[in-house]
Design a protein around this ligand. Structure first.
Ligand code: ZN
Length: 257
């Protein structure tokens, strides 16, 4: 018996036959797993909503749930374009312009409920297939985000992760930031701080997550306390519930995006 036949992955491949396809070994496995878990999470949230409830407001100002579902679907398509770009070398931006992106969401929000649901499902599946078929070296090919940053294609996994998890909450059908995996909360917090730094936006405060290590931002300043999920909610612009400061009121912080 050869050594490899005892490897469960190899055994699975053998059972599935030569037609089955897998992520490249160079793909960011952990990040992709989290993005896929988030896609399943938001899909469940969407399933819990009736067609009539899609007309109701999301937690994002000015957007109904229809706008949000359309946005999440078009985001998957836009990220698929980046993965295709990485694979082919032919530049295909996420969106032609911010105006095109917004117009697409407005139009998408008017789709019949069934079409809106299939936009969400098909676009997510398409992105997953693009990820699965991206060859190893292409994961490091550079592509441009909607904010104009050049990033390796592997970053599309994180870009999708934060979209699906946060917007699951924004759908307002029961998902809560408090239900996120703890390591995801840490990544989201770090993402917010990186975004401030990239834009050169200054903030001075100390984040004191309950049960975790304090994080000093800028020169420190007031200490802001809350559970990790409450701090993430606050830092991502989703409300101040459960967050307290040792100074007069909460400090004003820059936006996330
Ligand atoms: Zn979004």
């Amino acid at each position: 018996m050869s050594g490899t036949s005892q490897d469960p992955r190899a055994a699975l491949r053998e059972r599935q036959g030569p037609g089955a396809r897998y992520d490249s070994p160079h793909a960011p496995a952990r990040e992709l797993a989290r993005a896929r878990l988030g896609t399943a999470y938001i899909a469940r949230c969407l399933d819990q909503l009736t067609d009539a409830q899609l007309d109701g407001p999301s937690l994002l100002p000015g957007w109904t749930r229809r706008h949000l579902v359309a946005h999440v679907g078009y985001n998957a398509r836009a990220l698929s374009r980046l993965v295709e770009w990485a694979g082919t070398g032919i530049e295909t931006p996420m969106y032609a312009s911010p105006a095109q992106r917004d117009a697409e969401i407005q139009r998408g929000a008017t789709l019949p409920a069934r079409a809106l649901r299939s936009l969400f499902a098909h676009s997510a599946t398409h992105l997953d297939v693009e990820w699965r078929d991206l060859p190893g070296p292409a994961w490091d090919a550079r592509v441009r985000t909607a904010q104009g940053r050049m990033v390796p294609a592997r970053e599309t996994a994180w870009m999708r992760t934060r979209e699906v998890w946060m917007h699951a909450v924004d759908l307002d059908s029961g998902a809560r930031v408090g239900d996120f995996p703890p390591d995801l909360l840490g990544e989201l917090l770090a993402d917010v701080l990186r975004a401030w730094e990239r834009r050169g936006e200054r903030a001075d405060l100390t984040l004191a997550p309950r049960g975790g290590e304090p994080v000093v931002v800028g020169s420190g300043g007031p200490t802001v306390t809350g559970t990790p999920s409450a701090l993430v909610r606050w830092l991502t612009g989703r409300g101040t519930y459960g967050v307290t400061s040792d100074s007069d009121g909460l400090p004003v912080v820059p936006r996330w995006f």
